[in-house]
Design a protein. Structure first.
Ligand code: OAD
Ligand code: ZN
Length: 250
């Protein structure tokens, strides 16, 4: 079945269709698109490039093994970028929704920035890691870290064991964090709302099919259809800051 597609200039009928029921249990998945209007470039939007490098060439275990300085320069720059921007109306709308739904709300983000937290979200899981955390490659315990490491001589070492410290980021070829917890949440949800992700990076791009198999309502919001569009019941075309503030409880 084809999804219902509407624009974010909603008719009353569309607005009613977008309402959540007070006893809904909402699973939200966000991607780079939710931070785009804060000024952070999406992967697609930047052509997947950074300083002439393909993102895949700086966001893999192989890149880390070959050139940790390059990898740390990349993530230091992303830390700088994230520190320079503010959460937008979409981040705030999601935090407000969490206030209403309380423990019937779960936010899983593919984003490594902290804009959801800064907008007030609490129950949030960063499946691809967190920009402002690092971890020792041996001890593996993540810790808060807002520093920039941009030259070989400043690359961080573990205080406990002296091993290299890496960004606490899930790279291509690594397994996203706490998949078990994510699937448990998907299992209890009554609505899956996906926002601003191109639907081509797995396993996140597969959540909608799992939700669909369970027969729950699936909604996508973003300015263009994602690659996995056919798996959604409803697609709302529009920027996250336009669509999300209109999402309300019945
Ligand atoms: P992409 O850059 O692949 O896709 C960004 C999506 O955001 C696109 O579908 C755009 O249409 C949408 N978008 C753009 N502006 C928007 C707006 N104002 N409001 C809503 N949506 C908007 O980013 P992701 O799908 O998040 O993984 O990328 C998924 C993963 O691939 C990332 O987490 C990262 C990357 O490689 C890792 O680093 C492991
Ligand atoms: Zn260590």
């Amino acid at each position: 079945m084809q999804p219902t597609i509407s624009t974010s200039f909603l008719s009353q009928h569309d607005r009613d269709a977008m309402k959540l029921l007070a006893n809904d249990r909402l699973f939200v998945l966000t991607g780079a698109g939710v931070s785009a209007e804060s000024g952070l470039a999406t992967f697609r939007g930047s052509g997947g490039l950074w300083n002439g490098h393909r993102v895949e060439d700086v966001a893999t275990p192989e890149a880390w093994d070959a050139d940790p300085e390059l990898v740390w320069r990349f993530y230091s720059m992303r830390r700088r970028d994230a520190l320079a921007v503010e959460p937008n109306a979409a981040h705030f709308a999601l935090a407000a929704l969490e206030d209403q739904l309380a423990d019937r709300y779960y936010l899983c983000t593919q984003n490594v920035d902290d804009l959801h937290e800064r907008a007030g979200s609490r129950n949030i899981h960063h499946m691809h890691g967190s920009l402002f955390q690092s971890r020792c490659v041996e001890c593996e315990r993540p810790f808060g870290d807002r520093s920039f490491y941009e030259t070989a001589s400043t690359l961080p070492k573990c205080r406990d064991c002296g091993s290299p410290v890496r960004p606490h980021i899930v790279w291509f070829g690594e397994i996203p964090l706490d998949m078990e917890g994510i699937y448990a949440q998907l299992d209890r949800a009554t609505v899956l709302l996906v926002i601003g992700t191109s639907g081509c990076v797995y396993p996140a791009a597969g959540f909608v099919r799992i939700a669909r198999q369970r027969g729950i309502r699936t909604i996508y919001a973003g300015p263009e259809e994602p690659e996995n569009a056919e798996a959604f019941d409803e697609i709302i075309l529009g920027a996250a800051t336009e669509v999300l503030p209109k999402l309300t409880l019945k």
